[in-house]
Design a protein around this ligand. Structure first.
Ligand SMILES: [Zn+2]
Length: 381
């Protein structure tokens, strides 16, 4: 069958099955699974295990953050890694209605980031499972802690990526609906300042004020920004001191760091490690570093993007190569040299907010995009 006609067929399939897909999505969204909330994370994992079990060889690893589910399904040609996380940022009970639909939008905790996209994988597998369609070797990884930097999942992601020819990430597309080829690298630092306490009234001259020193360090740190290159440093949390009449002997500042290129991230890292106190009586200590390296586009990842874009065009829409400042697990796979395409999830808006939603009428063609892309990758080794 010509590829365009097959893409249309795929779209028809998902239009016919939209209600069943939505029923699955509702069930998964209603299992609240904020990162670190063990009962919810376990229930969500169990639900996913049940759904995926018949679609390949499924294994479950119990990490410190919760179950990591890994599914392998044999196919032809290249090996494709599909990545999704099932944790959300929303604290338990923070939504009065876990699921509601209004004006073509579906609202719920984690619906957009990224339970809708995660279930694209389930439904793509079901679609391919009907038989008749060749697909590549597939490895699916479903993780419980992306929203806190993938502390426990990272080794599973990197291990799976080492054997993969491509990585597809089911995070949402950009606000404009574009697939993502470029993400900033993300890091964090805690600058800890040790000063010396003294009575503010009796002998303040004997103290070393850690807050004053921390303030000086903050001004230095933001000098390392390069806004033209998109390198930012955000000193966004500060703590220090004990009482109004005591010279502050301790202060700390948490700094968020983002950069489009590894070269910039490394420049900032060297800068942070070279920080020196201005007051010789104070002492500095640094914690943290680069967490997610930048996901930088490569000729191979742009080829993958173009293949996906061709599918989108056959389905009646288009995509530019999107770039965003937020990191994802795609940063890890890209850093290992695996051509990575992100943003294959559901269109919508409001990630990490109460306005989080997906757009219902966009769902079938985004589902079809993933499924048809997999079919085309089979012969693209
Ligand atoms: Zn996400």
């Amino acid at each position: 069958m010509p590829t365009r006609a097959r893409a249309q067929d795929t779209l028809n399939y998902f239009e016919r099955h939209l209600n069943s897909y939505l029923e699955d999505l509702r069930q998964l969204v209603e299992i609240e699974s904020p990162t670190g909330y063990e009962p919810g994370i376990k229930r969500a994992a169990l639900w996913l295990q049940t759904q995926f079990a018949s679609l390949g060889e499924l294994s479950r690893f119990d990490s410190d953050s919760g179950p990591v589910l890994r599914l392998f399904r044999r196919g032809y040609g290249p090996r494709v890694l599909l990545l999704a996380h099932y944790d959300t940022v929303h604290p338990l009970g923070s939504w009065s209605k876990l699921w509601h639909e209004e004006k073509g939008r579906i609202y719920g905790p984690g619906v957009y980031d990224m339970k809708a996209g995660l279930l694209f994988i389930l439904w793509a597998l079901r679609y391919l499972n009907r038989g008749g369609l060749e697909h590549p070797n597939l490895e699916v990884l479903l993780t419980p802690d992306e929203e806190v930097g993938s502390r426990s999942s990272r080794i599973f992601i990197e291990d799976a990526a080492r054997g993969a020819d491509y990585a597809l990430v089911l995070e949402p597309p950009t606000g404009a609906g574009d697939l993502k080829v470029h993400r900033k690298g993300v890091g964090w630092y805690v600058v800890k300042v040790h000063g010396k306490a003294a009575h503010q009234g009796v002998e303040p001259e004997k103290g070393v004020n850690a807050i004053v020193e921390a303030a000086r360090q903050v001004l230095k740190v933001i000098e390392a920004q390069d806004l033209e290159k998109g390198t930012t440093l955000g000193p966004n949390v500060a703590r220090g001191g004990t009482a109004g009449n005591v010279v502050a002997d301790y202060a700390e500042v948490l700094v968020d760091m983002r950069a489009w290129t590894l070269a910039e991230a490394e420049r900032v890292d060297r800068f942070m490690r070279a920080l020196k106190p201005e007051n010789p009586g104070a002492r500095l200590e640094l914690e943290g570093g680069l967490n997610r390296p930048p996901m930088e586009p490569t000729p191979e990842s742009m080829e993958l993007f173009e293949l996906a874009r061709g599918v989108a065009v056959d389905l009646g829409f288009d995509s530019q190569p999107g770039k965003v400042g937020g990191g994802s697990d795609g940063n890890f796979t890209a850093a290992l040299g695996v051509p990575t395409l992100d943003g294959l999830g559901a269109a919508g808006a409001g990630a990490h907010q109460k306005s989080e939603h997906v757009i219902k009428k966009e769902l079938p063609r985004r589902l079809a995009l993933l499924s048809e892309l997999l079919v085309r990758l089979t012969h693209d080794a």
